[in-house]
Design a protein around this ligand. Sequence first.
Ligand SMILES: [Zn+2]
Length: 379
Amino acid sequence: MAGTPFSGPHGVYRIGDTGEAVAEIIGKLQRLGLLAGGHDVYDEATAHAVRGFQQQRGLMIDGIVGPQTYRAIDDARWRLGDRLLTYVVSHPLTGDDVLALQAKLQELGFAVARIDGIFGPDTQRAVTEFQRNMGLPADGTCGPSTFKALQRIKPMATGGRPDALRASEQVRAAGPRLSGKTVVIDPGHGGFDYGWEGFGLRESDIAYDLAARIEGRLGATGVRAYLSRGRDQGPDELARAAFANETDANLCVSLHTDGSMNPEAQGVATYFYGNDLHGASSSVGEQFAGLVQREIVARTDLLNCRTHAKTWDLLRRTKMPAVRLEIGYVTNPHDSARLADPAFRDVVAEAIVVAIQRVYLPPDQDAATGMLRFGQLTV
Ligand SMILES: [Zn+2]
């Protein structure tokens, strides 16, 4: 099962833990050159190595190995050429070797939908196309002969990013009208997971309330809006991404509020899929994140904590452009006072709906940030 997305321990490992799973994690960190030998307990040095790894990979930096960090550590050990890469429908292969393969194909002009380290049908198609061009048996599997051909061939001087071009072409082709589009709204947390709590507010409740406000507005413009969870449910990130993919949505918006042990931490930030390795990112996701962030900052007095590339499951495993918002800190007196106010939530909901509209407006029809009102949307 090595290399499959669901292999490995499902628990959460942190300082003080021991046992078989911890030994496996330590061994993997050592093989990646992140940790010296001589550790058998999840100690301070292990947590330090994990934090460094998480930072490098665009993961949540907490020094704790949960399922997502475990999968990323597992992915990191593969180099292109280590194993046969092929499309496995039931559990697509993931790993740094897939990421390198996709980046290489892209560089050579064979477009994959996204450089995400997941060997899906689009990667299989790009490999097949490459093999055909090279006069190799076109089976869509990257084995030794395909690997050798990939190493041999020099990239064409295209310089462009076929994935980015294709993604923006899809947006253009979708047209400016909102009606007929599908948007998945993902209220963070839920069920027994309240997320951050502060000043009598729960992140899970705020996220759900905001989702309902956005859903109502989108519905009025003819958008099919789907919520990824019910009021009292708390599916995991993989289930949420799978749900979004099943709806074949145009966009996905994940709603969170932030929190911190430091009561002074405050502000709004938006995240999109991206990874510094091989310059992988979702171009439309990045653009969408910028629009959402700017619209919220222009319409509220939340501090601008900017947009950032991350590899979180909901961003990486959704096929459509997806963003995750952290709207204010419930642990901050200023932000929590705003979040508690239903009128403020309406302003945020409107800002997000306007940003969704602006993704689809051609430059000559686009409005200035903070100016577009709900009644002016192109339905
Ligand atoms: Zn959250």
